[in-house]
Design a protein around this ligand. Structure first.
Ligand SMILES: [Zn+2]
Length: 488
């Protein structure tokens, strides 16, 4: 299971039964709907507009819409920012009671309840599923009550309780302390404010990863209680530095405000999750953070003076690859660096049409020590001189370094947008690899794929426009200048 995968998450699907998503209009619910849609999975999305699960007659209304092959994913909840008190607790308990009653009567295949790591008490060491829990306030008590209710009222061999770590999502508009708030502050040009020195460690997971886990557990018919976390915690101070680095403000200091809560760390033991799913390839933290920064920037309206850009992959788009056994390789010597004849003319045309032109290129040969830095510098000086391109942004890292700039992440595009004031939603990414398309999509850009029929090891995200390999940049330029440049 790889995070780039756009294909089926699991082959062991539930006999064609539907995923019934309760709480489909929430942040996680929308992400799960998007995943089911992308996978072509049958689902039934139910939000509080359809059925008020805490209201009278909810179990009957829900039961009437269920079939035995269905699997429920229960996400519906009164969020803590609406009601953290006793009324919220009782309504949340009622949602669980109605859901379990309807599920039992309809004899459905599986019920997955998304709980929270908030049920665990503050403790030293990594949290496991048997760590002590604490109902220290109504919000935590609500989660524990719901766990107890679904355990009491539904069949244990068809029930899975997922205790999720802190989840971040580009759709989140609560801006709780953490990645979403930091992204909002950076997009507004403000400093990040940390409580104390930001020492607390937390395990941050993207909503995209969470719904893949949820769907996989549901498909498997997993039972029992399982923590959903990445197993890697970082401090808020480190999180802030990583986000500053993504937007090119590496040297900036963060500000500090007095701590309001007692300091505690949260680390997870994810042995049970790994035992159930096998090794799960979580997306790199920076890839998710880059998406948050894109979303935060797009909320900043209006973006005064922000220009659209054409982002261009380098090898295979502007210059020839060396192709060996159907696989493309970047040139390692300046004398092997050959620009396509159309590169310079295309860039001149993009600039005349008002686009910034930015080359975004992975050069892992640098990190592997396979190319002399002076050779790469010579190539890029030549590229700038011959084409007049505005900027060349390079990821010099190996894949195993887990950096924030390597495509398929959007890090290079995000850095360009924040440092050169670019409007990503009006920009285009042109590339000849799956990772280029993925980076462009993560950045919210239009994507043009130049199909040179390479053997790709990763599955191909869907590009907005595909042009043939022999048409190359000329065809891409024609489309950009004809269609994209004319739009308001
Ligand atoms: Zn990098």
């Amino acid at each position: 299971m790889v995070y780039e995968a756009e294909g089926p998450v699991s082959e062991s699907n539930a006999d064609g039964g539907r995923i019934v998503i309760l709480g489909a209009s929430g942040v996680i619910g929308r992400e799960l709907v998007a995943l089911c849609t992308a996978l072509g999975r049958p689902y039934l999305a139910i939000s509080s507009w359809d059925i008020d699960l805490s209201g009278p007659g909810a179990a009957e209304a829900l039961g009437a819409r269920l079939a035995p092959a269905d699997s429920i994913v229960l996400l519906a909840a009164v969020p803590p920012d609406i009601d953290r008190g006793a009324a919220g607790l009782l309504r949340n308990a009622e949602i669980a009671r109605a859901t379990a009653a309807a599920a039992r009567r309809a004899d459905i295949r599986h019920l997955l309840y998304l709980s929270s790591d908030g049920v665990y008490s503050a403790q030293d060491g990594a949290v496991t599923e048997t760590s002590p829990v604490a109902a220290s306030d109504c919000y935590r008590a609500g989660h524990l009550a719901r766990e107890a209710i679904v355990r009491a009222d539904f069949l244990p061999e068809r029930l899975c309780i997922v205790r999720a770590t802190q989840i971040y999502s580009r759709h989140d508009s609560h801006f709780a302390y953490g990645p979403c708030r930091f992204a909002r502050d950076l997009a507004a040009g403000r400093r990040i404010a940390l409580f104390g020195a930001g020492e607390e460690r937390r395990d941050h997971m993207s909503a995209e990863d969470l719904v893949r886990i949820v769907l996989d557990l549901s498909d498997q018919g997993a039972c029992g209680t399982v923590n959903a976390a990445t197993g890697r915690s970082v401090s808020f101070a480190e999180l802030a530095q990583r986000m500053l680095s993504l937007v090119g403000r590496d040297s900036e200091e963060v500000s500090s405000v007095p701590r309001r809560q007692p300091l505690f760390h949260r680390d997870f033991d994810i042995a049970r999750l790994t035992a159930l799913l096998g090794p799960f390839q979580f997306e790199p933290l920076e890839r998710g953070l880059a998406r948050l920064l894109v979303a935060a920037r797009s909320r900043q309206e209006p973006m005064a003076g922000a220009r659209p850009a054409v982002f261009l992959d380098r090898d295979g788009v502007l210059n020839e690859n060396l192709v060996v056994d159907g696989k493309p390789y970047a040139p390692r010597r300046f004398q092997d660096f050959r620009l396509y004849p159309e590169a310079a003319t295309a860039i001149v045309k993009f600039k005349a049409a008002g686009f910034a032109t930015v080359v975004v290129t992975n050069q892992p040969d640098l990190g592997h020590g396979l190319i002399e830095p002076s050779q790469l510098q010579a190539m890029h000086a030549y590229l700038e001189r011959e084409t007049g391109v505005d900027a060349i942004l390079t990821c010099p890292h190996r894949q195993d370094e887990g950096c924030g700039c390597r495509k398929p992440g959007a890090g290079l595009l995000v850095r360009a947008a924040y440092t050169h004031n670019l409007d990503l939603s009006r920009s285009v990414m042109v590339g000849d690899r799956a990772s280029d398309v993925a980076a462009g999509r993560d950045a919210g850009c239009r994507t043009i794929f130049i199909d040179r029929a390479f053997r790709e090891t990763r599955s191909m995200p869907k590009a907005d426009i595909v042009v043939g390999g022999d048409e190359g940049l000329d065809a891409a330029a024609e489309i950009i200048l004809r269609d994209v440049a004319r739009e308001p």
